[in-house]
Design a protein around this ligand. Structure first.
Ligand code: PGA
Length: 246
């Protein structure tokens, strides 16, 4: 069985002082964690967090990456720049980026490509809205989102991480049941395997209101290889409890 990956998505949270306190607590409590841990931090804190994580087993992640290499793209950060700061993971296509920043499946596929080319592991997010679930379209939506990434990246998709994050479960306290999550993870696994036989090594994370109380049951599912954790990743005891449950 592969080692689980528990990645924290800090979103637009943190401060110089709060980051120090959180990372000290995580490093003190997570030294012997049986799962791999990562923190995906706001871009301005990459340098600070890279230094704080020196010698640590916790990996550094970004929350986005540009679909371009360099040039006149105000506000963007390239994969090459992230790499310079020791970034190992980059979240790509989070539903908040899709919703508030108009990211299409094609853009997400390009971002995935740029991350891979720079040696960064993209954490590609897919997930349906509540309306889509209620209309019975969950499978269709997540397959369409992942298909765009597979199409643009071919067999390289064995190098990605996928995160299934039902939009209705993000930050709402509503979690998919372990059975609901496993059902979608199995669909995604099959789709990845159809693209390349090496895809059995791809981590498929669950995200959406994962917390210390529900993590163990979710992480016990056959195709759930870890978690992408938002709110609970900002509290060291909660994040450590999720990592311990893995
Ligand atoms: P949440 O966020 O754990 O706060 O629901 C997860 C995410 O958006 O990655």
């Amino acid at each position: 069985m592969k080692k689980k990956l528990i990645a924290g998505n800090w979103k637009m949270n943190g401060s110089l002082a709060a980051n120090v306190a959180l990372l000290q607590a995580l490093q003190a409590g997570g030294a012997n964690a049986s799962s791999d841990m990562a923190v995906c931090v706001p871009g301005v804190y990459l340098s600070q967090v890279a230094q704080l994580l020196q010698g640590s087993t916790i990996s550094l992640g970004a929350q986005d990456v540009s679909s371009f290499d360099s040039g006149a793209y105000t506000g963007e950060t390239s994969a090459g720049m992230l790499r310079e700061f020791g970034v190992r993971y980059a979240i790509v296509g989070h539903s908040e980026r899709r919703q508030y920043h108009g990211e299409t499946d094609a853009v997400v596929a390009m971002k995935t490509q740029k991350a891979l080319a720079a040696g960064i592991t993209p954490i590609v997010c897919v997930g349906e809205t509540l309306a889509e679930r209620e209309a019975g379209k969950t499978e269709e939506v997540v397959k369409r989102q992942l298909a765009a990434v597979i199409h643009a990246n071919g067999h390289c998709i064995s190098e990605i991480v996928v995160a299934y994050e039902p939009v209705w479960a993000i930050g709402t306290g509503k979690t998919a049941t372990p059975a609901q999550a496993q059902e979608v993870h199995a669909v995604l696994r099959a789709q990845l395997l159809a693209a390349t036989p090496q895809a059995d090594r791809v981590h498929i994370l669950y995200g959406g209101s994962m917390n210390a109380a529900n993590a163990a049951e979710l992480l016990a599912q056959k195709d759930i290889d870890g978690g992408l954790v938002g709110g609970a990743s900002l509290k060291a005891p909660d994040f450590l409890a999720i990592a311990a449950a893995a």
